[in-house]
Design a binder for this molecule. Structure first.
Ligand code: 5GP
Length: 206
């Protein structure tokens, strides 16, 4: 089947603290045509976050109503808060020809795969557990307990790397963004996307 005209669905997962948000923000800034999906969440906005920009912040009950209504492409409970990707918003962007990146956890990525959607999946890994711990301690005012909880979840998550199509090790930001960009460029060059254009070129030889 030809995918021409339809955008690419890119999924990026990583343990908390691996730097995936910064990485994807840089990627989106570099690549016209690639948009970051805005998730819904039941958690409260943190200082500096804006509703409708960082997330769509909704009450837990509203989130549950959306789950019951089948409005999510995927959703998950992450550290006690609910997070989900709107199926409608995502489909709308893909149909309009935008490439869409979902920054979602391992559980969410599994749901998208189970739905049989055509997605390109990337797992971002920190170079080591010690470096992840260092980053978690450096970046936040999290309690020791919260840091330990994130590390325990990270241990489980990194073990899921083999479910993904691509692995990017976030050892250094510029290089990691470059590798991620390379994945998107390669996907855009696939035969299924390019056969129409290639056919037009062939016809200029006739
Ligand atoms: P935070 O609360 O720090 O913004 O995000 C916590 C975690 O929730 C991150 O690991 C992030 O990948 C995950 N997350 C954010 N949005 C979604 C979503 O729409 N679906 C899923 N499954 N996970 C999400």
């Amino acid at each position: 089947m030809s995918n021409e005209g339809r955008g690419i669905l890119l999924i990026v997962s990583a343990p908390s603290g691996a730097g995936k948000t910064t990485l994807v923000e840089k990627l989106v800034a570099l690549m016209p045509g690639l948009k970051m999906s805005r998730s819904y969440t039941s958690r409260r906005a943190r200082e500096g976050e804006t509703d409708g920009v960082d997330y769509n912040f909704v009450a837990r009950r509203q989130f549950e109503t959306m789950v019951a209504g089948g409005e999510f492409l995927e959703w998950a409970d992450v550290f006690g808060n609910l997070y989900g990707t709107s199926a409608g918003d995502t489909e709308h962007l893909l149909t309009a020809g935008h490439d869409v990146v979902l920054v979602i956890d391992v559980q969410g990525a599994r749901q998208v795969r189970r739905r049989g959607l055509d997605a390109v999946t990337v797992f971002v890994m920190p170079p080591s557990s010690a470096i992840l711990e260092q980053r978690l301690r450096g970046r936040s005012k999290d309690t020791e307990e919260a840091i330990q909880r994130r590390l325990t979840v990270a241990r489980e998550e990194v073990a899921s790397f083999s479910e993904y199509d691509f692995i990017v090790i976030n050892d250094e930001l510029v290089g990691a963004v470059d590798r991620l960009r390379g994945i998107v460029l390669a996907e855009r060059a696939r035969l299924a996307r390019m056969s129409g254009v290639a056919g037009d070129i062939v016809r200029t030889f006739e």
